[in-house]
Ligand binder design. Structure first.
Ligand code: HEM
Length: 504
């Protein structure tokens, strides 16, 4: 008996090792003869990605060896990165119907359970919700609520809050930026703003800006995102449970607000996003009604907080850091603001047309420090022929927005901060089609208008009332050549001194 078993074992070992090697090779091998070229990297793990250099910059550098469409495997998943504007445009617009799904990440899915827009495949509900959201943000479904008025109103609270700061004491503006951007979304979706120290509001802001938990939990959660099974194993499990509880609390809060809206619902008086959604639920075309259920509404509202708070506020944080390095542009902006506005005249969005330098500075900030460097990942919904390549079904497709913003064929000396590149010979602002921080195509950012309105009104208000000075206790100016690289690229924490120019 033993001798038979040992003979079988002698035979089985080489078979097992061969099978293992075949499996390993399959992880490593490219999935299709026409899969885009790129580094094969380590089996399973995929291409090693530098931690010291920007991921987007490393991938752009690979262009010299492999060309602008780069293929590889990350954690065993077929991944393609597009480095050129035209390729991103063609993939997400012309072939958008088959390259607009989203990859499934257990950790994110466990919170939203497939509801909400961000993680949805490009299915019927996604299309209906995008159409609804975009009409709503343009003001078509709720004429009483204007995004510019909401942002202008919030900027007054913002300035009032800053006026209370002790003179000369360095402060971190980032939490203030979180508050104002989250309050704009709150006013749009829930119909109300909060005091900045309201405990519920603080929880919303925390869940929206520390979506994976505090710094300690975030590291563990990042590992869980890649190796989903670890979320059941301590110490990852504890971080995961805290993460779920934090998000569940916000979802419950939104649910409670939806119930309150239902109680007071008047179809002739749509006051906010929830009301507009409920109106579609009750009175919209029958064929669309299944897409307008409560779980979707809850997920959609949560996504708006999540997608809108960290992005806009970090753009403002980069803007302030960059202006501290380039005080001549701060001065130009202030001169422009003073020349357009009388001392007591309220700032509105309509003033933007008379402020080309401010618009150029904001557009250059968005180019110079690309916020979502590799975009939000898309996936292919079937095998897709793209240029001379084939991207099999479920391939992750990333748009390297950073590479477009730093392409020397599009920009002269792209590594320099130069707002003048966005002004024509008459000093008029030129909106560039190649500045694409919001992505392009069928999944393009839904909040672009909200973001651009808020960033303009908040930054111009800030510079109208204050001159920003470096923190005298810091050894150097805020770092602008590197930052924290997660999905959003944010500056390291820094402080700034506010010197009053005007009284509120
Ligand atoms: C500077 C600020 C912002 C930047 C740079 C930004 C950038 C982006 C990017 C790159 C995407 C992915 C596009 C794609 O998949 O191809 C996206 C998606 C999205 N953004 Fe923004 N965003 C900003 C602000 C906002 C705001 C203020 C909101 C809402 C209040 C918002 C809501 C969304 C939503 C809902 C999506 C998902 C769209 C979908 O999956 O179909 N974003 N954003």
């Amino acid at each position: 008996m033993w001798s038979i078993l040992s003979q079988a074992a002698q035979f089985l070992w080489p078979v097992a090792i061969t099978l293992f090697l075949i499996k390993l090779y399959q992880w490593w091998e490219f999935p299709h003869a026409r899969f885009p070229p790129g580094p094969r990297g380590i089996p399973y793990i995929g291409s090693p990605i530098s931690n010291t250099k920007l991921r987007s910059e490393v991938i752009k550098d690979m262009e010299k060896t492999y060309g602008p469409v780069i293929g590889g495997k990350l954690m065993g998943i077929n991944t393609v990165v597009l480095n050129r504007f035209q390729d991103i445009h063609d993939a997400f617009t012309k072939q958008g119907s088959v390259i607009s799904d989203r990859p499934k990440m257990h950790v994110l899915n466990d919170v939203n359970q497939g509801y909400g827009l961000l993680e949805k495949n490009y299915d019927a509900t996604c299309k209906v919700h995008r159409k609804f959201g975009s009409s709503f943000f343009k003001g078509f479904l709720c004429s009483a609520m204007k995004i510019e008025d909401i942002s202008a109103n919030e900027s007054r609270y913002f300035i009032e809050e800053l006026m209370k700061q002790a003179p000369g004491v360095p402060i971190d503006l980032r939490p203030k930026f979180y508050n104002i951007t989250a309050n704009v979304i709150s006013r749009i979706t829930l119909g109300r703003r909060f005091d900045y120290d309201d405990p519920t509001f603080k929880k919303i802001v925390k869940a929206s800006t520390e979506a994976l938990g505090d710094a300690k939990d975030m590291k563990l959660m990042f590992v869980c995102m890649v190796f989903g099974v670890l979320r059941y194993v301590p110490p990852f499990r504890y971080a995961y449970q805290r993460y779920l509880a934090m998000h569940q609390e916000i979802l419950d809060f939104i649910e409670q607000k939806i119930d309150e809206h239902k109680e007071n619902f008047d179809p002739n008086d749509v006051k906010d996003f929830i009301d507009a959604f409920l109106k579609q639920q009750k009175f919209g075309p029958i064929k669309y009604q299944p897409h307008f259920n409560n779980a979707e509404l809850r997920g959609f509202v949560k996504d708006l907080f999540f997608a809108g708070t960290e992005t806009s506020s970090n753009t403002l944080s980069w803007a302030v850091a960059i202006l501290l390095h380039n005080p001549e542009y701060m001065e130009k902006m202030q001169k422009e603001i003073d020349s357009v506005l009388g001392p007591d005249e309220p700032l509105t969005l309509s003033h933007r047309d008379s402020m080309p330098m401010s618009c150029a500075i904001i557009q250059e900030v968005m180019r110079y420090r690309t916020l979502v460097q590799l975009g939000v990942p898309h996936t292919t919904s079937k095998d897709v022929d793209f240029k001379q390549f084939c991207m099999p079904k479920n391939t992750i497709v990333n748009a390297n927005l950073w590479a477009v913003h730093n392409n020397p064929e599009l920009w002269d000396k792209p590594h320099e901060f130069n707002p003048h590149r966005h002004l024509d010979e008459n000093g008029h602002f030129v909106a560039s089609p190649y500045v694409i921080p919001f992505g392009i195509g069928l999944r393009r950012c839904l909040g672009e208008r909200i973001a651009k309105t808020g960033i303009f009104l908040f930054l111009t208000s800030l510079l109208r009332y204050f001159t920003l000075l470096p923190d005298p206790t810091a050894k150097k100016l805020p770092e602008i050549d590197s930052g924290v690289q997660l999905i959003v690229y944010s500056p390291f924490v820094y402080k700034v001194v506010l010197q009053k120019r005007l009284q509120n």
